[in-house]
Design a binder for this molecule. Structure first.
Ligand code: TTP
Length: 688
């Protein structure tokens, strides 16, 4: 086995975190006395009598077992909505997602609480869950940074604090209660220092194994669990989604006694890296697990134990997500895809539909064409064979995925990629006329518009309408677009959102899309229709100051014709690459980013000065060097030279500023008012 001699080998550490029984936890944040009780959140019940219910409305409590059955009798059918979130205490009583309220009550009559989602405008109002989601994410990001920083300071004794102050951790919000973190960068920095100094190594091992092996006890090594624990791994995607009673609340029932797991951790006993038996990848995973454990615990403590998270620590998104679902709730699982045994035991038996990106039509296609059911069967097929059917990129992606290697990067974002509002219309509530279509599309568009308007920094470019129609004939199926479903046909259409769209225009646009879908799916204008589901959503977000700036709109149109890049000279780049200056480089990058913002935000000023020529000074933080580029926008071709002069002047100023920073002692530099530096840079650039 390769020893942990430090090499420039790239190791990726990706963590997937998923809040346990999220809506239930959000309800418990409001009512702390529900902690520990079997609790379920019920869907909005369209047959019930409750059309409007605020968050604090006591009528939301549809059933409380401790108070007897009165509620059921009093509120009749209200309590029988389907359950969308079920606490682990309720799962232990065999209550599952999608159970009807009355069925759940039969399973746990004395103790269960059923609470209905808040309602407004005759539909579920999910604002409280969305708000909770944003709040949790922002705290979690902060706890992750804190955990990284503490570990670095603890081990390296603050020696590298300029680096730890500037660590970049990519964060991708994946859903309302799921998030990915890419910890590769800080862990790489840490491991590089550790492996060069045995003293640090001992400190690290001490930290990882401290507190009677807390990390070991609270982390499952995926693929090495005891047979008993593996039972939950074999749950189908559907069983996991519904919440199985096999997922246990008792985290101590983990495989901590398992011999193989003990061995996994015991390698840390060596006195130096070289006699430890750890590979760099394993060491990085263990460090990732430690950081994740600290962040999870800090978050749970901060919210008085109301929110718990399950986590997966691995080397890519697919494996991290798979790992986080292996042991729920409130537990973390580490999966090392480089370990063949783990791959064979844990990954290869899975049906391919369990993998990210293979759960839908594409997965079915792969399964059918290649004749494979499991990930292991896919892994056996040579790349060349896959390439005969799928294009090169897809074939490579499939092959790598089956080997547990997936390179998909994180999409650095902490907000949802779309804002949508939807509603289902069951049975005789289906929408059959244009008046109710107008009413409901209007309600949904209004909600989307309101939520988009509340966004401070971004703006969507695309509006989409999705409809689910029933009683659709099978004729000319392929012309309808969308897809056939068990009970009808679902299709969507999108359109660009014009700038400065008003709320009535947004509703009109959504309605126009809905009518186009109906015409297409029913094959004829003014044909009868029956809609059982609809959604309006906004997506394709861009930064607000970009969209709102006329300059940048011009930029989008003309970029391909008239743009030019202006890079930081190599000498500067070399300087910035040097390790002692890493902190400075990210600092400068933020100076430039701010400068760019100021240029963009005050772009009318620039426009006034040079109406035909506008410059955006952009800085991207690439892996290590600062990349600065100047893009000429909307400028007549003969003016580009003039503009490049302006760009060069900015570049010179940047270099001067950089040099000036070097003459200030590092500690002082960090403490300096950043605003002061930025404004000096901007003043110089404006005067220049
Ligand atoms: P999930 O993460 O799928 O489930 P969960 O958090 O309730 O439970 P687990 O611990 O097994 O992850 O969904 C997050 C929330 O999204 C869930 O609490 C309720 C909501 N939701 C729906 O409203 N409808 C659905 O069909 C699903 C799957 C989730």
């Amino acid at each position: 086995m390769e020893k942990a001699m430090y090499s420039k080998e790239k190791v990726r550490i990706v963590v997937h975190l998923d809040v346990d029984a999220f809506y239930v936890a959000a309800e418990r944040e409001l009512r702390k006395d529900w902690k520990g009780r079997p609790l379920a959140v019920s869907q909005y019940n369209p047959y019930g009598s409750l059309d409007k219910m605020g968050i604090n409305d006591p009528a939301r409590i549809l059933y409380d077992g401790e108070k007897g059955n009165m509620h059921v009798q009093k509120q009749g059918r209200n309590v029988n909505g389907s359950l969308i979130a079920v606490s682990y205490e309720a799962r232990a009583k065999n209550i599952q997602r999608n159970d009807r309220g009355l069925v759940a009550i039969q399973k746990c009559p004395n103790d269960l609480v059923i609470v209905q989602v808040p309602v407004s405008n005759g539909k579920a109002n999910l604002t409280m869950y969305r708000d909770a989601s944003q709040r949790l994410l922002s705290r979690l990001v902060s706890h992750m940074h804190q955990a990284v920083k503490e570990l670095s300071i603890d081990i390296l004794g603050g020696r590298n604090d300029s680096e730890t102050n500037n660590i970049h951790i990519s964060v991708e919000k994946a859903s309302i209660d799921e998030v990915y973190f890419d910890l590769s960068k800080p862990i790489e920095q840490l491991c590089e220092c550790l492996c060069k100094n045995e003293e640090y190594w001992v400190l690290l091992m001490d930290r990882l194994m401290r507190n009677k092996g807390e990390l070991k006890a609270k982390t499952t090594i995926g693929g090495l669990e005891s047979e008993k624990d593996m039972a939950t791994n074999r749950l189908s995607k559907n069983e996991i989604r519904k919440g199985s009673h096999l997922q246990t609340l008792d985290s101590s029932s983990s495989s901590s006694a398992d011999v193989a797991e003990q061995l996994w951790w015991r390698r840390g006993d060596g006195n130096s890296i070289n006699d430890s038996g750890w590979t760099i990848q394993e060491l990085s995973l263990a460090v990732g697990a430690w950081i994740t454990l600290q962040a999870r615990q800090a978050l749970t403590d901060e919210f008085d134990g109301v929110y718990t998270l399950s986590a997966g620590i691995s080397t890519n998104k697919t494996m991290a997500k798979l790992a986080s679902g292996l042991k729920k709730p409130n537990r973390q699982t580490l999966v090392n895809p480089a370990d063949k045994h783990t791959l064979q035991k844990l990954f290869h038996p899975l049906p391919i539909g369990r993998l990210r990106g293979l759960g839908g039509k594409f997965g079915d296609q792969v399964s059918k064409i290649l004749g494979v059911q499991t990930v292991g069967e896919l892994a056996q097929i040579p790349l060349r064979t896959i390439q005969q059917t799928f294009d090169e990129d897809k074939a490579l992606w499939l092959s790598e995925m089956a080997q547990g290697r997936c390179c998909d990067p994180l999409k650095d974002r902490t907000k949802s990629k779309r804002i949508g509002a939807g509603k289902t219309f069951q049975g005789n509530l289906s929408i059959r006329g244009y008046d109710s279509l107008r009413k409901w599309i209007g309600n949904l568009a209004l909600e989307v518009f309101g939520r988009v308007a509340a966004e401070e920094t971004r703006y969507p470019k695309t509006l989409t309408c999705w409809l689910h129609l029933q009683n659709v004939s099978d004729e000319r199926e392929e012309e309808k677009g969308g897809r056939k479903t068990n009970d009808g046909h679902a299709a969507s259409l999108s359109a660009s959102i014009p700038q400065n769209i008003t709320q009535p225009q947004c509703t009109d646009l959504a309605l126009k899309l809905a009518k186009q879908i109906i015409d297409r799916v029913t094959n004829e204008k003014n044909q009868a229709f029956s809609i059982i589901g609809m959604e309006v959503s906004a997506s394709n977000f861009v930064e607000k100051d970009e969209t709102q700036s006329t300059i940048l709109n011009a930029f989008r149109k003309q970029k391909s014709r008239q743009s030019t890049e202006f890079s930081v000279p190599d000498t500067t780049r070399e300087r910035l690459k040097k390790k002692p200056e890493t902190g400075t480089s990210s600092y400068l990058s933020s100076v430039i980013t701010k400068a760019q913002r100021s240029v963009v935000c005050t772009d009318t000023g620039i426009q006034e000065k040079t109406p035909e020529v506008s410059t955006v000074y952009r800085a991207k933080r690439a892996h290590s060097p600062v990349m600065a580029s100047t893009t000429v926008i909307g400028a007549p071709v003969d003016k580009i030279d003039v503009d490049m002069q302006y760009a060069r002047r900015l570049q010179e100023l940047f270099d001067k500023e950089h040099q000036a920073l070097q003459s200030i002692p590092k500690t002082k530099r960090r403490k300096m008012e950043s605003q002061q530096l930025i404004s000096s840079f901007l003043t110089k650039s404006n005067n220049g």
